[in-house]
Write a protein that binds this ligand. Structure first.
Ligand SMILES: [Zn+2]
Length: 257
């Protein structure tokens, strides 16, 4: 069930400060919006990473209609660390064994390793979307639940297309996570199947809001979250959902139709 959802790095992982990395061992490749740090990665791999990162930077902004977010240039560039091996990555970042990459949002830092499964296609756009979205709705905004952050990030992945049919079955069987459960979801202590379901529903809710109501509404929704810092307030003002239950019903109908 939902095996095709890749478990990407969880957000807001607190990492060792970059200054603790032995900086002199790292080479750096600079593009307009990114500094890419690497050691033994071949030049063509670094160039490809740089090209993809710039491409996602543009496409994420236009996909959500976030066309005027902070520009990441000069000293404000995002940093990507590409470790040589999974071992080195896991040790330096203290990540879980399944993590293919992770992000520290506040300082625009992404870390992964050479050969991480799905890094270029899925993990990189996922982590970049986390940063772009938080810049849009405001850092440490208590009105922005984890499912919305992960939904926006997962929306960028290429490996999520088959989800609707699976979710329909799960909803019919009554095994889905209610919106209330999503709002209170914590990764700690959750089983792998629950985590997959959480990502799948988070993605699906964002997809529902964007495909049924459009990009402009979604931008307005994000603005309302940023300015008024209330999730129920933003849902009711922008989408006319009078409560979480109304959103859940709308989403279920969309999946089941
Ligand atoms: Zn994420």
């Amino acid at each position: 069930m939902l095996k095709f959802i890749r478990l990407t790095g969880l957000l807001c992982v607190i990492l060792l400060p970059a200054a603790l990395f032995a900086q002199d061992q790292w080479l750096v490749s600079k593009s307009t919006h990114f500094n890419i740090f690497y050691k033994s990665a071949p030049e063509e791999m670094v160039n490809e990473l740089s090209r993809k990162a710039e491409e996602y930077y543009d496409s994420i902004g236009s996909q959500f209609g976030f066309n005027r977010f902070n520009f990441w240039t000069w000293d404000n560039r995002a940093r990507i660390y590409l470790f040589d091996t999974q071992d080195e990555y896991l040790k330096s970042t203290q990540s879980s064994g399944w993590s293919g990459g992770q992000v520290e949002i506040g300082v625009k830092l992404i870390q992964s390793y050479i050969g991480a499964p799905g890094f270029m296609q899925d993990v990189l756009p996922h982590e970049l979307a986390h940063i772009v979205f938080i810049e849009m709705v405001g850092y440490r905004n208590p009105a922005v639940p984890l499912w919305l952050q992960e939904g926006v990030a997962t929306y960028q992945q290429k490996d999520i297309r088959l989800i609707k049919g699976d979710l329909a079955e799960i909803i019919r069987n009554g095994q889905y996570l209610s919106l209330n459960a999503l709002n209170n979801f914590r990764f700690e202590g959750a089983g792998e199947e629950q985590v997959r379901l959480f990502y799948a529903e988070a993605y699906s809710l964002v997809n529902y809001l964007i495909s049924c109501f459009g990009k402009d509404q979604f931008v307005e929704f994000c603005r309302a979250l940023r300015d008024n810092r209330s999730l129920p307030g933003a849902l009711s003002k922008i989408y006319s959902f009078k409560d979480f239950n109304a959103l859940e019903e709308g989403w279920k109908n969309y999946i089941l139709k």
